[in-house]
Write a protein of this length. Structure first.
Length: 422
């Protein structure tokens, strides 16, 4: 991705370079100070040095000495152009903006700062070489040109930083979407391994839930390209149709889940936690993380077990990713009373670094978490609310994060069977 970004920057730079050179050639054709054909040679040298700079950055991005050499060659070519167009009176000193432009697009901020210093020093050298004609006007002129070059460098740095931050944001979005695709494939594999679904409603619920993730991926990709802007109006319209169709399919899945949840048989939450731990076992093992199931009460939630497993799977995966040096995840279950409702609360705590305060307030919004874009947590909270519950997050006092999943309490399976027999 980094190499592709560098190639894209180089292509944009080279296109802009040709436009700038053509514009300068047009503006300078009637300059009375321009000595032709001698001025054409440094112009050609400047073009070649600029192209050499972009080529060296593309092929050898880590050789900073080579980049500096090409920029110095550009300074020399610009100085030669000034000599052939009136010296210190030449209006072509603006050519020093070109190496600044090169450094802003293709190099980092430190290289841009040194390039700005080099441009100002090279321009000042032309004045110093004519000390016999030095006066107050020359001092003012040199200070003005130096200030313009410095301001231009600062402006280019701000624009370049904004462009890089935007590119990085898009890269993170793509990584999270790819992670969702991988999770979707893992879910399908787990589904194929699991047998023993004893009712059509359970099959509906599993299919609808597992379709929700790839549908979110489709919508996210469509929205990503719409937000970035598409030049082709027809393609923009097609992307809008794709997003609308995916949203319609998600609504259908939601209807299936609602219908299935009405007839789904509850399971003990300790059993649901064990099933989610089994699904998360690959990432837990790779991160050296263990799950401590401290569920002591035999409570059941009024929700399809497979929905609870998917929410817990997402929480286990996020906690494991946060603990780079290993650790433990503690899961407990308790009964709560809120607003006259009996609730089952599943508490998931980890030993990770916790959640930064600036992220915590928007944690469940898409594209706003610490390690990715948050689509998984957003989907988990939507699932909890669809089931009549809530998913919340907070930081623990002694470090780590705590997620609490609250759902309406359901009678235990044995109680349901006894009621049905009666």
């Amino acid at each position: 991705m980094e190499d592709q970004d560098r190639r894209d920057r180089t292509i944009r730079f080279e296109a802009a370079l040709w436009i700038v050179m053509c514009g300068l050639a047009f503006l300078a054709k009637d300059d009375p100070h321009l000595v032709l054909p001698q001025a054409l040679y440094p112009f050609a040298a400047l073009l070649l040095s600029s192209l050499a700079a972009s080529l060296s950055i593309r092929l050898a991005p880590n050789k900073t000495w080579l980049h500096a050499l090409t920029l110095l060659a550009g300074f020399a070519a610009i100085a030669a152009v000034q000599e052939c167009s009136g010296g210190s009176e030449s209006t072509l000193w603006v050519l020093y903006l070109m190496p600044l432009f090169t450094a802003a697009i293709l190099l980092d901020s430190r290289a841009l700062a040194w390039t700005a210093v080099g441009a100002c020093a090279s321009n000042a050298a032309l004045y110093v070489s004519r000390l016999d004609n030095w006066n107050a006007a020359a001092t003012f002129e040199l200070a003005l040109k130096t200030g313009i070059l410095a301001c231009a460098a600062g402006g280019l740095w701000l624009l370049s930083r904004a462009e890089r931050e935007s590119t990085e944001h898009v890269r993170l979005q793509r990584l999270e979407i790819e992670s969702l695709e991988e999770t979707s494939r893992a879910t399908v594999a787990a589904w194929e391994r699991e047998r023993g679904l004893h009712s059509i409603s359970a099959v509906w619920a599993r299919a609808a839930h597992d379709l929700a993730t790839p549908l979110m991926v489709v919508r996210a990709y469509a929205r990503l390209h719409l937000d970035r802007g598409v030049d082709d109006p027809a393609l923009t319209k097609d992307l809008g149709r794709i997003e609308s169709a995916a949203a319609f399919c998600q609504d259908l899945c939601g209807g299936l889940l609602t219908q299935a949840s009405e007839t789904a048989s509850p399971k003990h939450l300790s059993t649901v936690v064990e099933a989610a731990e089994s699904l998360a076992e690959p990432i837990l093992r790779s991160r050296r993380v263990q799950v401590l199931n401290e569920s002591s009460e035999d409570l059941c939630a009024a929700a399809p077990p497979q929905d609870l497993e998917r929410i817990l799977l997402n929480l286990f995966g996020n906690a494991a990713k946060a603990m780079t040096d290993g650790g433990s995840i503690r899961v407990s279950v308790r009964r709560e009373e809120r607003d006259g409702r009996a609730l089952a609360a599943i508490i998931v705590e980890d030993d990770g670094p916790g959640i930064p305060d600036e992220v915590l307030a928007r944690l469940f919004q898409p594209f706003s978490t610490t390690g990715g874009t948050g689509l998984g947590l957003n989907l988990s909270r939507e699932a909890a609310r669809r089931l009549g519950g809530e998913l919340t997050a907070e930081n623990r006092n002694n470090g780590g994060a705590r997620f609490t999943l609250r759902l309406p309490l359901a009678p235990a399976p044995a109680a349901v069977a006894q009621t049905a027999a009666a």
